[in-house]
Design a protein around this ligand. Structure first.
Ligand code: NYM
Ligand code: MG
Length: 197
C-alpha cells in the first residue's frame, strides 16, 4: 500500500505596529483556513499566560520595570519556551499563525537604542578581505542575504548611519567620526532645548 506522509503545515508570521490590526487579521485568517479544511492554530507573542509571559505583561502595563536587555531576553525566552510545540505542530501538519515573532523582538528593542552605525559592504568586496571564509556564515550566499536583511531593516531609519565600508580604513574612519560628531551635536541640541524647557 502507498505510504502516506503528513504534509508539513506552514508557519505564517504576521508582524506590524501596535493597532495595525494583526490580531483581527490573524483571527480572520484562521477562520478562513479552517473553512478551507486546514488544521490551524493561532498563537500570539508575547504569550502572556506563561510565568515568563506574566513578567512581560507587567512590564508592558508599566507595573514593573525591567532592564532593557533583560526584557529583550524575556521576550526571546517567551518564544523559545513555545518554539518546540510550534515545531511539533508544523511537523504534524498543522498550520501555525503567529502574531508577532522575532522581528518584533529585534525592531522594538532597536527602536529604543542609540544611533547605530551600519558598516555596509558588498559580499564580493568583503570576500576579498583577509581572513574571510574562516568561520561559519562567511560565504557569499549567506553574506548577500544578511546584507539584504540589514538594508531592509535599516532602510529609511533616521537613527541609522549607513557608512560605505568598502572604502579605505582611513576613509571609513573619517565617515564614522563625522557620523558620531553629528550624533553628539544632536544630543547637545536636545540637551539645550531641554534646559530651555
Ligand atoms: N514586543 C513584542 C516587543 O517589544 N518585543 C517582542 O519580542 C514582542 C513579541 O510587545 N507593543 C512588544 C510589541 C507590543 C507589545 O504586543 C505587546 P501585542 O501584540 O500588543 O500583545
Ligand atoms: Mg499592542
Amino acid at each position: 500500500s502507498q505510504q502516506t506522509r503528513t504534509q508539513r503545515g506552514a508557519l505564517i508570521v504576521v508582524e506590524g505596529l501596535d493597532r495595525a490590526g494583526k490580531s483581527s487579521q490573524c483571527e480572520m485568517l484562521q477562520t478562513y483556513l479552517k473553512e478551507q479544511g486546514h488544521s490551524v492554530k493561532y498563537i500570539r507573542f508575547p504569550d502572556r499566560t506563561t510565568p515568563i509571559g506574566k513578567l512581560i505583561d507587567s512590564y508592558l502595563r508599566g507595573s514593573a520595570n525591567q532592564e532593557d536587555h533583560a526584557i529583550h531576553l524575556l521576550f526571546s525566552a517567551n518564544r523559545w519556551e513555545i518554539a518546540k510545540s510550534i515545531e511539533e505542530d508544523i511537523n504534524s501538519g498543522i498550520t501555525v499563525i503567529v502574531d508577532r515573532y522575532s522581528y518584533s523582538g529585534a525592531v522594538y528593542s532597536a527602536a529604543k537604542a542609540n544611533p547605530t552605525l551600519s558598516l555596509d559592504i558588498s559580499a564580493e568586496e568583503a570576500a576579498k578581505r583577509g581572513g574571510y571564509g574562516a568561520e561559519r556564515y562567511e560565504n557569499e550566499t549567506m553574506q548577500t542575504r544578511v546584507r539584504e536583511l540589514f538594508r531592509t531593516l535599516f532602510e529609511r531609519q533616521k537613527d541609522v548611519y549607513v557608512v560605505d565600508a568598502g572604502k579605505t580604513l582611513t576613509e571609513v574612519s573619517k565617515d564614522i567620526q563625522n557620523a558620531v560628531l553629528n550624533c553628539l551635536a544632536c544630543l547637545d541640541t536636545i540637551g539645550s532645548l531641554r534646559k530651555l524647557g
